[in-house]
Design a protein around this ligand. Sequence first.
Ligand SMILES: NC(=O)N[C@@H](CC(=O)O)C(=O)O
Ligand SMILES: [Zn+2]
Ligand SMILES: [Zn+2]
Length: 432
Amino acid sequence: MLVRNATLADGRVRDVRIEGERIDAVGRDLTGAGEVVDAAERLLLPGAVDAHVHFREPGAPHKETWRTGSRSAAAGGVTTVVDQPNTDPPTTTGAAYDQKELCADDSLVDYGINGGVTPDWDPETLFDRPVFALGEVFLADSTGEMGIDGDLFEDAVHRASEAGVPVTVHAEDATLFDESARDRAGEGTGRGANADAWSAYRAAEAEIAAVERAVEIGVDAGARLHIAHTSTPEAVDIVADAPDTVTCEVTPHHCLLSRDDLRDLGTFGRMNPPLRSEKRRVALYDRVVRGRVDLIATDHAPHARAEKETTLLDAPSGVPGVETMVPLLLAETLDGPLTAERVRDLTAATPAETFGLDRKGRVEAGMDADLALYDLDSPRTVRGSRLHSKCGWTPFEGRPGVFPEWTLVRGERVYDGAMDTFGSTDGANVRR
Ligand SMILES: NC(=O)N[C@@H](CC(=O)O)C(=O)O
Ligand SMILES: [Zn+2]
Ligand SMILES: [Zn+2]
């Protein structure tokens, strides 16, 4: 296949020739047998690597399956996903890893499978499998109630370090949560609930303190440590000032939404860590724009609409996002502060590099042909009903997004935007 006259993220116009699963050449006036695709006036990005998704199988296929989650990824230009361990059973033993890998057989995109830590985890059999990373390790309870104490965390970080496996952390210190704020939650349900109490309850200080401590432990252990869904500028600064062995991710929702949006979102805006003040959001996003944040990951955490339609304290935490990440960020290159190069780095090049995926994340000869093509002149309105996650809703309803015209995984067309149809290839475990 030959993709002709594509505009790359840095503005160069190039042909890209694909041979089998790989990019064979990037250059001008390339020739080659096979299908020729005209990409004039179109932006060609490396497929995004989303280092943080929750695809819910095994255990909760009514929320999402590997089939629906990976279709949602493909329709959003994401070609590699990393699944988190808070499923049922949790991915804390070799056998649980094997069970999840069977589910992931349905994936349309490439994937990694993380291992988790609970008091009864089995590092021996778990590290015997090709775990993508250990984590997210929960320092406080979130969906799945996998919060662990500091001693177990330290032990787990040491074991991962010995095994040469990176550790990703959900860093909140539950002892610093403001219990009194929970009382302000009130009785309304769904979009009618006052969800600001959730942000007051899981206070910013609880994240900042936990990140500080986790970084200390990670550096002492000589581990590769990655802080998941960093939601405060203070926590980003701690990571940015730490040694290079410590990295962090920020979600699109913490960049683009704040406590001010909770009036409309209600329980649909409840997630961990929670939305922060508009002031903190602006400071956080500024760090993303300036390149002080390593990468963007979605924490795609779908829950059924009916599960969210209850009181704030009863609703589950989490929002979907794998399909809207790149589209929203590309819209931010049109009338916002981002550049296409920054979007490429945050969503593809840096996550691939951070987690050692040396054939992913760049449009260069020798790389996997994981690619997505975009028409920046045709933004669309994000509608939950048009997305492909099983949950059918989005916290970004009504915002502009630039969705892909097509997405390739290792040279195979997995998504066709014009037809809104999917291919049938199998994604592969990137650590096998
Ligand atoms: N972020 C969330 O609010 N929820 C996540 C778990 C997590 O990442 O903490 C989920 O699995 O639902
Ligand atoms: Zn988390
Ligand atoms: Zn998560």
